[in-house]
Design a binder for this molecule. Sequence first.
Ligand code: TRP
Length: 352
Amino acid sequence: MTRILSGIRPSGKLHLGNYLGAIKNWIELQDRQDIDLAVFMIADYHGITTPFDPKKYSEQILETACEFLAAGLDYKKVLLIRQSQIPQHTELAWIFSSITPETFFRRLPTFTEKIKEVIEKKVGVLPEDFDINKTKYLQGYFQDIPDISLGLLAYPALMAADILIYKANLVPVGQDQLPHIYLTNEIVKRFNSKFGETFGVVKEYIAEGAKIMSLQNPKQKMSKSADEGIALNDSPSEIKEKIKKAVTDSGKEIIYEPQKKPAISNLITLYKIFSRKSLEEIKNQYEGKTYIQFKDDLAEIIIEFLKPFQKRYSEFKSDSEEVKKILEISEGIARNEAKKTLHEIKQKIGLL
Ligand code: TRP
């Protein structure tokens, strides 16, 4: 029996990296015959663990739903839900946070990286021997950092609950989320041994394929926060502009060599995916041509690819009542599933 759950935060416009790294795989999975349940979630409670704008948030959540639908997720085959509409997720997260050592959370690279980033923004480059798990630094740096919330620390307990409330066993995620899957399995072990066999092992689903890097810094992932990512809803002129501004490597050959030429290789990856041409074909086609010619063509290919998505998106966007209805239908079904699991858990713990 295969049950799938995955989620994405509604923290900005989805970009090509999100599409290729997550949503495209979800769409492929939704058609697999061996899947008993698939839940794709807008992680709106995760989204509030870092700064956000309450005036825009509900709109962002709805826009993410429109993006899911426009990309081709089919609510007749899978459940499309808003995390905050199924309160059992957060109830279970509390239970999980009560059986997991606090140090497990503090050590997670996603958390330590985030703290480093915030502190560095404040005080500049950190000393060589910086270790956030040493109290000396905690006292020195932590005091005044409002952006690091308890919610951010506890985030992975909620993620484990998202997965286990549906007893999902296959979780499509990006490489960066792997530590959270390991923690989820740690929680599974602890829960089962304390309260009796309840949850099975959770496996990550990492689709091979594209990791799209930033157009400005090809050593980093394309991200939502910086505006360098190409959003699925960018206009043709925005796309042209962003591709034009994308950094390139020294030399002028258009060849795929990720180590030596990370920037152009990243652009070639995009070209390859959206043109469906092989690296060999691309290499031959651009022999003797310039970066500028290559970039112009790449922009055109992306613009064409996004057209049908953008058309569907604007249809959904203009009918937000319909989109809400779609979500509510899924959420009703999800809530029933979630209630069943939580009831079983509460009995095992002795809350009922
Ligand atoms: N943590 C994920 C991210 O930031 C989003 C997420 C929340 C998620 N809950 C999940 C992913 C459960 C997979 C399963 O990208």
